[in-house]
Ligand binder design. Structure first.
Ligand SMILES: Cc1ncc(CO)c(N)n1
Length: 221
């Protein structure tokens, strides 16, 4: 029997290929990505990560067994503690204080993506929430892996690539994918369809998040 994860990946693969080809990511590996663009990406992350952590916590609330509750609660805590603190360091590297980052209103795509995740994880069933959250993990893990060999001549960009391409993150994601396959066994066709639709929306937002950083997107009015 084919694992359900293969079906989920098929729903995202076309979008993933466009992510890899995006000038943001090709610029990371050849080091040509302008610093102001990466700075904008970090600012978007500063706004997005707290919502992402809350969405993970909502998954913990709906998780069907104690081990899964622990997995999502731990990832929510890690998102707040590790990722946010790393990004605070990056913000400092760019001379953006935490207060300034908070003062800057969340740019449209970062706000839209975080709001969508919260909506999907709060209003959906556990399976629907999982559909929305899995691509966040999986696309970052695949992007990190794909960029790892080429890495980057820029130490800051190389650090970013190693964070997501590294073994620890890969193991975290492998655990979530095992859970996805397990959960999918008990779903109806309709539930699988809703899970996959959410995954596609998240994959689109992932592309949009990089593209928004590339354009240094802000509110037009
Ligand atoms: C936009 C975005 N998606 C996923 C992750 C994975 O942690 C992240 N840090 N940021």
């Amino acid at each position: 029997m084919r694992a359900f994860r293969d079906e989920l990946w098929r729903a995202m693969d076309g979008i993933y290929q466009q992510i890899l080809a995006h000038p943001f990511l090709t610029g990371l590996t050849d080091g040509s990505l302008p610093k102001e663009v990466f700075r904008h990406f970090v600012l978007q992350e500063a706004h997005f990560l707290p919502d992402y952590a809350r969405a993970l916590a909502a998954c913990a609330v709906k998780a069907p067994d104690p081990a899964s509750v622990q997995r999502f609660a731990a990832d929510a805590a890690r998102t707040v503690e590790v990722e946010h603190s790393l990004h605070v360091e990056l913000l400092n590297a760019f001379g953006i204080g935490e207060a300034e980052a908070r003062r800057h209103p969340a740019p449209p795509t970062a706000l839209g993506y975080g709001s969508y995740l919260l909506r999907a994880c709060h209003l959906g069933t556990f399976a629907e929430a999982l559909g929305a959250i899995v691509p966040c993990y999986w696309i970052y893990a695949r992007v990190g892996q794909a960029l790892l060999d080429r890495s980057s001549p820029d130490p800051l960009y190389a650090w970013w690539i190693e964070t997501y391409g590294g073994e620890e993150y890969q193991e975290t994601v492998a655990g979530v994918l095992d859970l996805l396959d397990e959960v999918a066994e008990g779903l109806t066709g309709d539930e699988c369809g809703r899970l996959l639709a959410n995954a596609t929306t998240t994959a689109r937002y992932e592309w949009m998040f990089w593209d928004a950083a590339w354009r240094r997107e802000d509110w037009p009015v």
